[in-house]
Write a protein that binds this ligand. Structure first.
Ligand code: ZN
Length: 281
């Protein structure tokens, strides 16, 4: 099932994408794609999709989950991306947090922060937690997954790497976390470690990879992260990016206003963003 949230920012409603590509309103079934609706997804069983109201027009899509307590990202989780970044493959997963306020809809603009000179892209598989847990065994980990989505881990490399301290400054800027278009329920993703993924900049292919080459797989990451804190429904794990980011190119290539970024993962849909200057006065 392809679950989504639609409507104006901050006022999104839950919905789903039916087999004809129409959005159906789920607000009569669940209050939102958060908390209880993710930890117990029995409401998806025997759902009479044809009886759900069709949403007319082309509403904005919001992030495909709500109520996220932690937006966890794994760094350097593809050996070839670590190499293009000039860094070693880590002996344990590298974790950093993106600010939850970075989370936005899949087609919301990439906002280039004031003073940015190195805004970059990263297509990533997002794992959304359903059943909460702590100290989760790797063998049980996949039962904690509500579903999967596309994430663009937008990154400002100068803020991230040249401004002292760890990575938060360059990872959590506003609109640096496009999430969606859909939360594809775990039952529809037969093998999350075998999904092709890609990213185009202005129509040119920049990233062309597969989750097959992840260093630490989804089950290991869930188990590993749950050693440090309880994973809650709606929490997002963004699992790292394959090669082809702007920082790794010769010469390096970074985003400027007007650039168009499209990215997708097999079975999980496509995002499309236009880059804009920060409009804050
Ligand atoms: Zn990343």
């Amino acid at each position: 099932m392809k679950l989504l949230r639609y409507g104006p920012q901050g006022a999104e409603k839950p919905g789903l994408l039916d087999d004809e590509g129409q959005i159906r309103d789920l607000s009569g079934v669940i209050s939102d794609l958060s908390g209880p609706a993710l930890s117990d997804m029995s409401w998806t069983e025997n759902l009479d999709i044809a009886a759900l109201p069709v949403v007319e027009g082309k509403p904005r899509l919001g992030p495909c989950v709500a109520g996220t307590s932690k937006f966890m990202c794994i760094g350097l989780n593809y050996a070839d991306h670590a190499a293009e970044s000039g860094m070693a493959v880590p002996s344990e997963p590298v974790l950093f947090m993106k600010a939850n306020s970075a989370i936005c809809g899949p087609n919301d603009p990439i906002i280039i922060p004031r003073g940015s000179v190195k805004t970059d892209w990263e297509v990533e598989l997002g794992v959304v937690i359903g059943t909460p847990g702590k100290y989760i065994d790797e063998a049980d980990a996949m039962a904690h997954v509500a579903g999967y989505c596309v994430v663009n881990d937008v990154s400002e490399r100068e803020f991230q790497l040249e401004r002292q301290g760890q990575w938060s400054k360059g990872k959590g800027c506003d609109n640096f976390g496009q999430t969606g278009p859909w939360l594809v329920t775990a039952d529809e993703v037969s093998d999350p470690q075998d999904l092709s993924m890609w990213l185009d900049l202005n129509g040119d292919r920049m990233q062309d990879g597969s989750t097959r080459t992840m260093v630490y797989g989804v089950a290991h990451l869930i188990s590993y992260l749950s050693r440090f804190f309880t994973l809650h429904p709606g929490d997002i794990i963004s699992t790292g990016t394959p090669p082809g980011v702007g920082m790794g190119m010769t010469p390096q290539r970074y985003l400027t206003a007007g650039d168009v970024v499209e990215l997708g993962i097999e079975g999980l849909g496509v995002q499309r963003q236009t880059c804009i200057e920060d409009q804050t006065r």
